[in-house]
Design a protein around this ligand. Structure first.
Ligand code: NG6
Ligand code: CA
Length: 522
């Protein structure tokens, strides 16, 4: 532990003791004051597949996101902030554990039946907060596995979020396009009728059950690739599910449903410091805006659910304000990976895109090693504590663990998480020197203004989603300050720099950084 941390945790203990000792005298008149003076609440609002260019505060003009913009323009708006990965599960793994996802070979997009990816012994963000006296909660998308291999969805499901640090958990198991399509509250499927048990299988269908593949006439949303298994609410999903009829979520109500849970969490926990991880589902597929938002963006359902998400954020922040918590709550807003238009359903995302650029000026998208895969909107907002600022410091979501530990006097050891608290609070511009980013098991090194992408086999473009993946026969080197859109590979002009970056990269990643895809390097 460094000196600063020792001093800070000392300070936290001191203030906490102070709080306890004066509680008896002051508790009656002002029950909330003591908490306010000591520990701030922390809320992470995490969107799913929201791109760098999807917010008006990040340059979008085809749609307006006034509520999220309020956070961006009233807080620190980061322009060089990264998710650890270009897909969901690995990014969430890194966010919650502070560990690079490529250190865990199972940190890949998980099926709904996957076992819990984080071990119950591992350090996590919620555990760190808990150790400092916080209440911890998650509302929304989990997608980090549940159980130990064979989940019985009709019994208590464990281990899961509760076992890795969340006191309360109201989640969907995986993604909106994967079964089981039910909410799970603290390990129990919500609204399950015991006479109609749930069965889930990712390999075989259950006898006589219609599927998207065989029964397209039963679907109201058409699949394009994947997504042709069990049909729920007229939407064909990934995976097979039987039973649990009463427990199935209504897709159009999901945003309102999670919002109600997130608001309730705040109201129920406002007396103590809390950490809430609010993992929203938008704009991931299937895009199912509530009727209030249908057609509102003119960009089809993808645009509509972004407007819906913006409204949700506004409502949630309003709740914090109404409860008198805004000055005592640090809000972190970000997305788990970059944007994709057609991610498996024909939902007009491509056809109605117009001039909108979900990735802004960045190249690539979800699944890509190019910038749009991992560089995402990232905002810190804390009324009265953070001055508005645009920061180009290099930071990663993985750094929240150490930074939040610094904020609340916790300790973290042996992770890849860097303490960049002062940067997150807008007091410093000294972010990371370097970062390894990951996209579907391939990795690249960002250092200073440079990104070095090693040579990788595999297609240059994923034709189904129509996204450039970053694979090339030769090493790629881009100067992101001068060439944000990665148009000019300057590796050949800068052999010494390439050598230096490769050495740095291999020092962290080892020589066998991609056994399958690595080409012979020159
Ligand atoms: C892919 C799905 C995609 C999406 C993704 C996970 C197919 C063909 N594609 O496998 O639709 O669900 O997994 O997205 O099934 S993520 O944001 O959770 O990583
Ligand atoms: Ca995602």
């Amino acid at each position: 532990m460094n000196l600063k941390k020792i001093m800070l945790s000392g300070l936290a203990v001191f203030t906490l003791l102070g709080t306890v000792s004066c509680k008896n005298e002051k508790q009656k008149e002002k029950p909330q004051e003591t908490h306010k003076a000591t520990k701030p609440n922390v809320v992470i609002i995490y969107l799913d597949d929201l791109g760098y260019g999807d917010l008006s505060s990040y340059g979008a003009t085809a749609l307006q996101t006034p509520n999220i913009d309020k956070l961006a323009n009233g807080g620190v708006k980061f322009t060089n902030a990264y998710a650890s990965s270009a897909t969901c599960t690995p990014s969430r793994y890194a966010l919650l554990t502070g560990v690079y996802p490529w250190r865990n070979e199972n940190a890949k997009i998980l099926p709904g039946t996957a076992p819990l990816l984080i071990t119950t012994e591992q350090q996590t963000l919620p555990k760190m907060f808990k150790a400092q006296g916080y209440d911890t909660g998650i509302v929304g998308k989990w997608h980090l596995g549940l159980g130990t291999g064979h989940v019985n969805w009709n019994e208590h499901i464990s281990p899961g979020p509760n076992e890795v640090g969340f006191d309360s958990a109201y989640i969907m198991a995986a993604t909106q396009d994967r079964v089981p399509t039910v909410y799970i509250e603290n390990g129990t499927v919500v609204g399950l009728d015991p006479n109609d048990p749930i069965e889930v299988d990712y390999k075989n269908n259950f006898d006589g059950q219609p599927t998207g593949k065989d029964n397209p006439e039963l679907t109201r949303m058409k699949w394009h690739h994947g997504h042709n298994n069990t049909i729920v609410n007229g939407i064909p999903r990934i995976g097979y599910m039987k039973g649990g009829e009463k427990a199935k979520w209504k897709d159009e109500d999901m945003a309102d449903h999670f919002l109600a849970k997130a608001k309730a969490y705040v109201k129920e926990h406002k007396q103590n410091p809390f950490f809430l991880y609010y993992a929203m589902q938008q704009p991931h597929v299937p895009r199912t805006p509530h009727p209030r938002f249908v057609g509102k963006s003119g960009l089809g359902p993808r645009g509509d659910v972004i407007l819906e998400a913006d409204w949700v954020v506004g409502e949630f922040v309003k709740t914090l304000e109404e409860e008198g918590l805004l000055e005592n709550t640090l809000i972190v807003f970000s997305s788990d990976n970059g944007p994709v238009l057609n991610d498996g359903y024909n939902d007009d995302a491509v056809e109605k895109l117009g001039n909108h650029k979900p990735a802004g000026a960045l190249r690539g998208g979800k699944y890509s090693l190019f910038e749009a895969g991992t560089r995402v909107p990232f905002i810190t907002y804390w009324k009265g504590h953070i001055q508005p600022k645009v920061s180009d410091a290099l930071v990663c979501q993985m750094d929240l663990l150490s930074s939040m530990a610094n904020l609340v006097g916790g300790t973290v050891e042996g992770t890849d998480s860097k303490d960049v608290l002062d940067v997150l609070l807008g007091k410093s511009n000294e972010g990371r020197e370097s970062l390894i980013i990951e996209a579907t098991s391939r990795t690249a090194l960002r250092k200073g203004d440079w990104i070095m992408i090693p040579a990788y086999k595999g297609p240059a473009v994923n034709e189904k989603v129509n996204i450039e993946l970053g694979n090339a026969k030769e090493i790629q080197l881009y100067n992101l300050k001068e060439d944000l859109s990665q148009t000019k590979n300057v590796a050949e002009d800068k052999p010494a720099l390439v050598k230096e970056l490769l050495a740095d990269f291999e020092e962290v990643r080892g020589k066998n950084y991609s056994k399958i895809q690595q080409l012979e390097l020159k």
